[in-house]
Design a protein around this ligand. Structure first.
Ligand SMILES: [Zn+2]
Length: 132
C-alpha cells in the first residue's frame, strides 16, 4: 500500500499552489504591490503573508481575511510588518471583522487531510483556468 502523505506535506502542497494563484491572479503585467509597505515587484519575488501567523490553524488558508501579498522584507524580516497589516485590515474588514478574525485564529483547529487535498485541487484548477 502506498504510504499516505503527512499532514505537513499536504499543508505545504496546498499552500504552494494557493500562494502562487493569489499572487499570479493579482499581477498586472507580472507586477504586484506589497500590502504593508507599497513596494512593487514581480509576483514571483513576493510572498503571500499571514496576518495571524502560521501557528494559527483556522486562519492558515483564509485568503479573504488573513492573507495578503507582501514583499519578502515585510514578511520575513519584519515578521509580517504587523502594525501596517493591522491598519490596512482594519480599513478593509472593520473593527468587527478584525475581531472575528482574531476569534477564528484562536479557535482550536485540526487540519483535515481531505480538506487539504481538496483545497489544493481547487487552486490547481483555478491556476489552470487563469492561464488559459
Ligand atoms: Zn513590504
Amino acid at each position: 500500500m502506498k504510504k499516505s502523505k503527512s499532514i505537513n506535506k499536504l499543508k505545504k502542497e496546498y499552500w504552494t499552489v494557493l500562494s502562487r494563484y493569489v499572487r499570479e491572479s493579482s499581477a498586472i503585467d507580472g507586477m504586484v504591490q506589497c500590502y504593508t509597505c507599497g513596494q512593487v515587484d514581480l509576483f514571483t519575488n513576493m510572498d503571500l503573508g499571514h496576518y495571524w501567523g502560521r501557528n494559527y490553524g483556522a486562519t492558515y488558508f483564509d485568503v479573504k481575511n488573513n492573507l495578503r501579498i507582501q514583499c519578502k522584507h515585510c514578511n520575513r524580516f519584519m515578521e509580517g510588518n504587523k502594525p501596517s497589516f493591522a491598519n490596512r485590515l482594519l480599513v478593509e474588514l472593520g473593527a468587527d471583522g478584525l475581531e472575528k478574525l482574531e476569534i477564528k485564529a484562536k479557535m482550536k483547529y485540526h487540519f483535515d487531510r481531505f480538506a487539504l487535498e481538496e483545497g489544493a485541487k481547487e487552486y490547481k484548477r483555478k491556476l489552470k483556468k487563469l492561464r488559459q
